[in-house]
Ligand binder design. Structure first.
Ligand SMILES: NC(=O)c1ccc[n+]([C@@H]2O[C@H](COP(=O)([O-])OP(=O)(O)OC[C@H]3O[C@@H](n4cnc5c(N)ncnc54)[C@H](OP(=O)(O)O)[C@@H]3O)[C@@H](O)[C@H]2O)c1
Length: 367
């Protein structure tokens, strides 16, 4: 009898988290964070099945739903299996060639997720939607800094605006709480991500070293000395846990960055030292162009160092790296709002980059 009561109490406290976009640079870190963490029971969703190669500290691997969220029928059918979902983190993303083309599919995937869960009768309590710094127009050029959540919207097209509108509409319709978290460039591991700065830096460095050239900063001269910011993927996962459970986070948008700022001119020599190679000052170049003929060299590195074989087409995001390294202006989002609301997580950006590089090497993704 006593056991039954205890177990029904723990069932009542149990939070069933559905993490959509679990293979992404954000999703992988989120999966590692929530596996084995009480009182969470995690289910992941993406087109690919279970996320492999996770550091889950002995926790039970999560259940995995393989679902194409662009297909509303398939989404409804598969999400019926997630009918016990109480909490949702939405970190899926699909890339298209232009910002305008990115809106419809990304809004549709979020709509299919929320409507599918509602049709399944899921007792959804709180949804965290991952937004980003493009809400401030940072991808277009110098913007008002520090950027605050209360700043007027950027005209767009930007799918974050449309996703936020949809989220608020469905929250009112279905009766769940919501939070939007806006990271900037997220530092973590993933493959096949259109936005992964860390892997691009790591692969560029490994290839430069193999070619016997110094680690030249491939960005513009202004980028070298501007103030930049990043978001550690693990920190972001902790912020999401806080948002899902804190009354102060309900109905709010928060910037989430490491809380410090850095300049590439200071970080770059530390990255070069990690690879045991000399650093060199800016030589503006397009990594899309420069890396176009480097696949054979990468494949040789994989074979010579016994690396996890990652296809060249999936290993890095050269276009995203070009965009970040082309930002010759300050990137500064204010994090005062989330700190005042009660999330005090912070990371040293230099330490974050070096720790993630060390993990990539330890797990044999890079030499
Ligand atoms: N990465 C960054 O630096 C960064 C910075 C700021 C904001 N953000 C924002 O954070 C969000 C997540 O970005 P991310 O970089 O983590 O994305 P990502 O690495 O590209 O991951 C996207 C995830 O979505 C899943 N997905 C894609 N199409 C799908 C579909 N049709 N059905 C189901 N799942 C699908 C992918 O898995 P499958 O391929 O297996 O389906 C993957 O798990 C986006 O809104 C992005 O704009 C990212």
């Amino acid at each position: 009898m006593h056991v039954t009561n205890a177990s029904s109490e723990s069932d009542a406290r149990r939070k069933n988290l559905l993490l959509v976009g679990a293979h992404g640079v954000i999703g992988r870190a989120m999966t590692e964070h929530f596996v084995g963490l009480e009182p969470w029971s995690l289910t992941t969703a993406a087109r690919r099945g279970a996320v492999t190669g996770l550091d889950v500290r002995g926790g039970t691997p999560p259940s995995a739903l393989s679902v194409d969220l662009l297909d509303p029928r398939a989404a409804t059918a598969r999400l019926a299996e997630a009918r016990s979902t109480t909490h949702l983190v939405y970190a899926a993303y699909v890339e298209r060639p232009t910002m305008a083309e990115t809106v419809a599919p990304n809004v549709a995937m979020l709509a299919n997720t929320l409507d599918g869960l509602a049709q399944a009768g899921a007792p959804l309590e709180h949804v965290v939607l991952v937004g980003g710094g493009k809400s401030y127009g940072e991808h277009l050029g110098p913007y008002k800094t520090p950027a605050k959540e209360s700043d007027p919207r950027f005209l767009g097209p930007i799918f974050y605006n449309d996703q936020e509108d949809l989220l608020l509409d469905r929250a009112a319709k279905y009766g769940f709480k919501w939070t939007v978290l806006r990271p900037d460039a997220v530092i973590g591991f993933s493959v096949q991500s259109p936005m992964n700065l860390l892997m691009s830096i790591a692969v560029y460095a490994a290839i430069s070293k193999d070619a016997g050239v110094p680690l030249r900063f491939p960005g513009k001269h202004g980028t070298w000395s501007a103030l930049h910011q990043i978001t550690d993927a693990g920190l972001f996962a902790r912020a999401a846990e806080w948002a899902l459970t804190s009354p102060a986070a309900a109905g709010q948008i928060f910037n989430v960055t490491n809380g410090d700022l850095f300049r590439w001119q200071h970080l770059w020599p530390e990255i070069a030292a990690f690879f045991d190679m000399p650093a060199a000052p800016p030589q503006p170049m397009s990594l899309v162009d420069q890396m176009a003929d480097k696949e054979p060299r990468w494949n040789q590195l994989v074979a010579r160092h016994g690396l996890v074989p990652t296809p060249w087409s999936q290993v890095a995001s050269w276009g995203f790296a070009d965009a970040v390294f082309g930002m010759e202006f300050d990137l500064v989002q204010s994090t005062i709002k989330i700190r005042k609301a009660g999330f005090h997580g912070a990371e040293d950006s230099h330490e974050s980059v070096l720790a993630h590089l060390a993990r990539l090497r330890r797990e044999k993704y890079i030499p």
